[in-house]
Design a protein around this ligand. Structure first.
Ligand code: BGC
Length: 748
């Protein structure tokens, strides 16, 4: 190869010019002092400090409170975006007016409704929780919300609580296991999950003031674990304080819950957001761990008055107090750091995906979760599944077969793109040669769609006796009656703001079911609810299905179960007691308190923990649910009878599908501490696995047991400890269906 010296010289010259150019570029860059906070490659901690030191006092204070019903300011001067929140937890709520709760009449904000969280919890399948979180997070992201106000993990203490449908049941282990993947799914979209309502918001009666009196151990072992898991394992970026009080302080600014436990003990680095209107005092809001104030009804100002936001407890009163030197800026800087962290994790995260809205994938996700969550409670004559190829006269009775269940219920009410009713679902799967007819049977007042301006509730009035009689008459001629009733989202049912008055079904449904069962033995009772109901007619009906509130795909999912396209595999996330007297909170504790305090005297004895203590079988136990196939669980073995402090032992069980359909069974591990210096529940859930099996197939399920699973919260030591001694590993298919108990000892 010949060397051309002229060319080489030219290359050298060009190289020199390039170097000079780059030096110049670098120095220009240095001069412009590109802010670190804008550099998405810089560590978040550096971005926070950089942004913080550029902000004025006024800008910082502005960030700590709302500017509209669902948004708070960023810092426009610095190009830091606003925060936009949305309920949650079952779909992305319609846009509301700037200053109001009511709908803004947008035409592109009709969302997909996912099943209620009780239904999700009933899947006992963490993969479903992840699918749910990921999908709803995509909807939130598409709608430009960076905080989703959910999920809710308040423990199911009483079947009367109007908001149980938004939560994940009675057991701390089940709700902890299900909440973590939900959060991870949501946050994979660059949208914060705001876990609510922290803490002890277990009733709606007097919720804005009631002071919960609960012992420390119960607090730690029952009411806090799901929040702790959300923070430490799920890494939730936001948490919402609750309306009620604890230790005589409102939970939105509660020193013990927010500063001592959440932030110091658990190391929470996200934002604490108040519930809407949950802030009551500037001093406490500043000092006791709250970061962002929303929805306040400010002193002397009318709801919605235009400058109300600047009168929030954390607005002008806070600014004034800082200027008067009542507070320094230490607390303010901590709040703003957290809010900036939220921003960098969400709106200023360049990597976050774009999101999607109302996609076929979301419909499929919603339907799959709904199908997997519905619980078959009784199927005596194998009436279910119905034969979809058979020509038959199917009578559908009950208002819930046509009532829209995505509307109502309070803040989780949705404006949906579509909702398949149970009746529509049944019609679409029944054989075309079948005759499907409908009879109301009972009726409740309709609820107006709160997010659609001008929407009015249907005011049709029914003659209750006449529609009751008509349904019973029609049932005489039917081959099968599918009764679709239960509760609904009306005030006083499954609805925020109030509790139910009793455990019974409303609108005289018990009498109706009785009369229908008298004239037609082939009756399937489908309950739509988010709560346990009493069933005085249980011995008269062969089949009962708990179908929850299943969202947009409710009817399709229900029909798929009724006609056997899907084999039910849901398990109850809470106990169905026979009556309120069999419910720990009512039998041993107080409900709803005296308007000032409510004492949780029952301690840990709620749900199956109370049933176990009482030694009385409930109507349907926690963890219970039938299938169209049958399972055998046997060969339960323990790898070792001795567990050391640092070791682990294995418990195994073999589960076999002994029927002729593919199905899923949930194998549950409970642990019982046989002797302890403190009273412990008879047994507690410590593991579960959902297994899918083809007909005839067997699988071995393995659980590892280590010392951490045997601990209780020692009030004396302020720590989780275990005591050496005898324990039992219990393999079961519900809290009442025990397969085997294996003893072992723990040595420390
Ligand atoms: C509810 C919250 C909800 C908020 C905003 C409150 O009334 O308790 O769960 O996120 O309103 O709608």
């Amino acid at each position: 190869m010949s060397i051309n010296y002229y060319n080489m010289l030219h290359v050298k010259k060009t190289f020199l010019v390039l170097i000079l150019f780059s030096v110049q570029l670098l120095s220009t860059y240095a001069q412009t002092d590109k802010p670190i906070y804008l550099d998405s490659n810089a560590p978040i901690a550096d971005r926070i400090e950089d942004a913080l030191q550029r902000m004025t006092l006024e800008e910082k204070v502005a960030m700590t409170h709302a500017q509209s019903k669902f948004s708070s300011p960023g810092c426009a001067r610095l190009g830091i975006p606003e925060n936009w929140m949305s309920d949650g937890p079952h779909g992305i709520r319609a846009e509301v007016l700037w200053d109001e709760w009511y709908g803004a009449s947008w035409t592109n904000d009709s969302c997909f409704a996912f099943p209620a969280l009780t239904c999700l919890a009933s899947t006992w399948n963490p993969e479903m929780a992840h699918l749910y979180g990921k999908s709803i997070g995509e909807e939130a992201r598409y709608r430009n919300k960076n905080v989703l106000l959910g999920p809710g993990v308040n423990i199911y203490r009483t079947p009367l609580n109007g908001r149980n449908f938004e939560y994940m049941g009675e057991d701390p282990y089940l709700s902890s296991t299900m909440v973590v993947p939900y959060i991870q799914g949501v946050q994979s979209n660059g949208v914060a999950a705001c876990v609510k309502h922290f803490a002890l918001n277990n009733q709606e009666v007097d919720r804005d003031k009631i002071n919960v009196v609960v012992d420390e151990r119960t607090l730690r072992e029952i009411y806090l674990p799901a929040f702790k898991a959300a923070v430490q394992e799920g890494k939730a970026w936001a948490i919402m304080g609750s309306y009620n009080q604890y230790k005589k302080e409102h939970c939105c600014h509660n020193e013990y819950l927010l500063n001592d436990i959440l932030k110091k003990e658990w190391g929470f680095d996200g934002v604490v957001i108040s519930d809407w209107g949950g802030v009551h005092d500037t001093r406490q809001a500043v000092l006791n761990g709250l970061d962002m104030e929303f929805g306040s009804w400010t002193n002397g100002l009318d709801w919605g008055t235009s400058n109300a936001y600047s009168n929030y407890y954390l607005a002008n009163p806070y600014l004034k107090a800082i200027k008067n030197k009542e507070f320094g800026t230490k607390e303010l800087d901590d709040k703003v750091r957290r809010i900036l962290r939220l921003t960098f994790r969400t709106t200023m995260n360049r990597q976050r995906p774009y999101g999607s809205f109302n996609t076929p994938a979301h419909s499929l996700a919603g339907k799959t979760i709904a199908e997997e969550g519905m619980v078959l409670l009784k199927n005596k004559k194998n009436l279910l599944p119905l034969d979809k190829n058979k020509t038959q006269k199917i009578l559908v009775v009950g208002e819930n077969a046509i009532k829209r269940m995505t509307i109502g219920g309070g803040s989780s009410s949705l404006k949906v793109k579509y909702e398949i009713s149970p009746l529509a679902g049944i019609k679409s799967l029944a054989s075309p040669s079948s005759e499907v007819t409908f009879s109301m049977g009972y009726a409740s007042p309709a609820v107006a769609e709160q997010d659609v301006v001008g929407a009015k509730a249907d005011t049709t009035t029914y003659d209750a006796a006449a529609i009751h009689a008509a349904a019973v008459e029609a049932a005489k001629a039917a081959d099968v009656v599918i009764y679709v009733g239960g509760l609904n989202k009306n005030d006083g049912q499954d609805c925020e703001g109030n509790d139910r008055a009793s455990m019974g079904l409303p609108y005289e449904q018990d009498a109706l079911i009785n009369d229908l069962a008298d004239v037609n033995k082939n009756i399937v009772v489908v309950l739509l609810s988010g709560n346990a109901v009493s069933m005085p007619w249980i011995n008269k009906v062969p089949s009962v299905l708990e179908a929850w509130y299943a969202g947009s795909e409710a009817g399709n999912a229900l029909a798929s179960i009724l006609f056997g396209d899907t084999n039910p595999s849901g398990k109850l996330p809470f106990t169905f007691p026979v009556s309120l007297a069999d419910c720990g909170a009512h039998a041993l504790g107080e409900y709803p308190g005296d308007g000032t305090d409510v004492h949780y005297n029952e301690g840990m004895n709620i749900g199956y923990r109370y049933t176990d203590k009482q030694k009385k079988a409930p109507l349907f136990p926690f963890g219970f649910g039938l299938s169209y196939t049958t399972f055998r669980v046997n060969q339960v073995t323990l790898s070792d009878k001795h567990l050391s402090k640092t070791g682990s032992i294995e418990v195994q069980a073999t589960v076999t599908n002994t029927g002729d359909r593919a199905g899923k069974e949930v194998i549950q591990l409970y642990i019982s501490d046989k002797k302890c210096s403190v009273e412990r529940p008879v047994k507690e859930l410590k593991g579960f696995t959902k297994v899918a099996l083809a007909p005839g197939e067997s699988k071995v399920v393995t659980f590892n047991i280590d010392e951490s699973m045997l601990r209780f919260y020692s009030v004396k030591d302020h720590a989780w400890i275990s005591e050496p001694g005898k324990f039992e590993a219990i393999i079961a298919t519900s809290a009442e269906d025990i397969v085997a108990k294996k003893s072992f000892t723990l040595s420390l």
